[in-house]
Write a protein that binds this ligand. Structure first.
Ligand SMILES: [Fe+2]
Ligand SMILES: [Fe+2]
Length: 274
């Protein structure tokens, strides 16, 4: 491990209790294997597929997450609206209207180095929020006054919007990492000005599922077009998707980005967790 760089593990959308079990099973080994200095995960689906609770936030932090990003499902557990100011290692998407509670960025420390984390929501095939590009243009210079190491979680549907953000922020941030689709893409790269990029990091959840949710329920909804409740799949093998980014601590430029894909044998969760 170079003393001049920092290793950041960024984990894709973690789905439900099954995703949380995969996370706590695999994380200790991955931290050792990759000499991880900072672990960040997207927690927008960690509470039974929708949002997060204070209890689950505490569980994820206790199990090794240093910071949690969110997404379009953030407000679906209503307690988060009042509790988010106290959840000091969690960041909400910055481009919600100004009245949204919670921080529009997060600064955490690893190896005594400040790392800024920015979460943005895309607008293509998603909610009509403030412009993520203008939001980034406003916030990134302020973050750079504090640290050159800046991670951006761009939670968005369209690869074109994610591609564009990567180039828009190339050289200004350390990484632009896509989340939300739950399907890992194979386009990880370092852009020409030193920003690590991937269109989507993927998910942590049941492999035998549609984006972590029951395949039967989702197929039924597609076939019938009738309302159908979606719930996370909680059996079978687990899938863990993440990227490892090595960042130069002086310049903030990314030195490498590597996809990490792990699978677990079928996990047997304690009954109360299901
Ligand atoms: Fe998600
Ligand atoms: Fe999402």
């Amino acid at each position: 491990m170079s003393p001049d760089s920092i290793n950041i593990l960024f984990i894709g959308d973690l789905v439900g209790s099954f995703g949380r079990a995969i996370f706590r099973t695999l994380l200790p080994g991955l931290k050792k294997e990759f000499a991880v200095d900072l672990t960040v995960l997207n927690g927008e689906n960690s509470a039974h597929g929708y949002s997060i609770t204070e209890k689950i936030y505490n569980e994820l932090i206790e199990n090794g997450a240093d910071a949690i990003t969110m997404g379009n499902h953030i407000w679906e557990k209503k307690e988060i609206v009042s509790k988010i100011p106290a959840l000091t290692r969690m960041v909400r998407p910055a481009n919600y209207p100004p009245a949204a509670p919670g921080p529009d960025h997060l600064i955490v420390e690893a190896k005594g180095i400040k790392v800024a984390i920015l979460n943005l929501l895309g607008r293509v095939f998603m909610q009509c929020l403030d412009c993520p590009f203008q939001t980034a243009e406003k916030l990134v210079p302020r973050l750079r006054e504090q640290t050159p190491i800046i991670l951006v979680d761009l939670h968005a549907e369209a690869t074109s919007e994610k591609n564009a953000m990567g180039f828009f922020l190339d050289g200004k941030v350390s990484a632009v990492l896509g989340t939300h689709t739950h399907v890992m893409t194979a386009d990880e790269k370092i852009l020409s000005e030193g920003t690590a990029y991937i269109s989507d990091v993927g998910m942590v959840g049941a492999e035998d599922s549609v984006i972590g949710m029951s395949k039967e329920q989702i197929i039924k909804r597609f076939v019938t077009q009738l309302p159908e409740k979606f719930e996370p799949t909680d059996s079978g093998p687990g899938l863990f998707n993440a990227v490892l980014i090595k960042v130069d601590i002086k310049t903030g430029k990314a030195l490498s980005i590597e996809r990490i894909i792990r699978k677990t044998p079928a996990l047997d969760l304690p009954r109360e967790e299901k």
